[in-house]
Structures are given as C-alpha cells and as structure tokens.
Design a protein. Structure first.
Length: 133
C-alpha cells in the first residue's frame, strides 16, 4: 500500500464574549491510511467542563457551513450511518474525536461544538473547527 498522508488542521472559532476563551489544540495533524487518529481540544471548565460536545464533518470543496454531517453528538453518541471507526469521548475539559482506522474518505474539516447555557433566553452554540484530515 502506498503511503498517503492526510492533513488535519484545527482552528478555533469564537464569537462575542467567548473570543478570549482558553483553548488548547494542535494547529494541524497528518495521518496515514489505517492509522488511529485522535482529534482533541481542551477548553476551560466554563466552556467544556460539564457540557455535551458534538463533532461535525465538512468535506473539502464545500462552502463553509454547507453539507455539515454530524459525526458525534452528546459527547459519545454516533448517529446511524456514521461508520463505527468514529468515536467520541470527553474527560473533564478535554473532548476527543477518534478515528480508529483512517480512510481516504475521512479527509475533511472536523468541527467541535458545545452548547453554552447562559442567563440569556437561549443557549449559545460555540464552534471550534478542528482537524482537516
């Protein structure tokens, strides 16, 4: 099998008062076919600690926001139709999406989101754009 690296990039996107939230994540990652790849971010207890996390996939060449596919919801639940090589977990302030055996079709942007509950009338959905595979 020929070596075929896949690039994963991780960029944080914040709005409003969360623009200064603390977030630790790798800027990019490379993976090879068949490799186990963990994509993770670490936030503050106020923005990730007790909250559920969702992960979304956006394929290359798509307009940002279009064609988003939910990969993980509720931190670890996988919608039907999503391959079981994708799994999610959260420990404390760190959320992780793991691809157990990287495939060529997994090359994409991966976004993580948490729902932030405020005293405001409606919750705010805060997105982080993780890995470009």
């Amino acid at each position: 099998m020929a070596w075929s690296p896949l690039l994963l990039t991780l960029v944080a996107l914040f709005t409003g008062s969360w623009a200064q939230a603390m977030l630790t994540q790798p800027p990019s990652m490379f993976g090879t076919l068949g490799q186990r790849v963990p994509l993770s971010f670490t936030g503050r207890s106020s923005n990730t600690g007790g909250l559920y996390v969702s992960w979304y996939q956006q394929l290359p060449g798509k307009v940002p926001g279009s064609g988003l596919r939910t990969i993980i919801y509720g931190s670890s639940s996988r919608p039907s139709g999503v391959p079981d090589r994708f799994s999610g977990s959260k420990s404390g302030n760190t959320a992780t999406l793991t691809i157990s055996s990287l495939q060529a079709e997994d090359e994409a942007d991966y976004f993580c989101a948490t729902v932030l509950l405020h005293s405001a009338p409606s919750p705010r959905l805060c997105f982080w754009q993780p890995h470009f595979i």
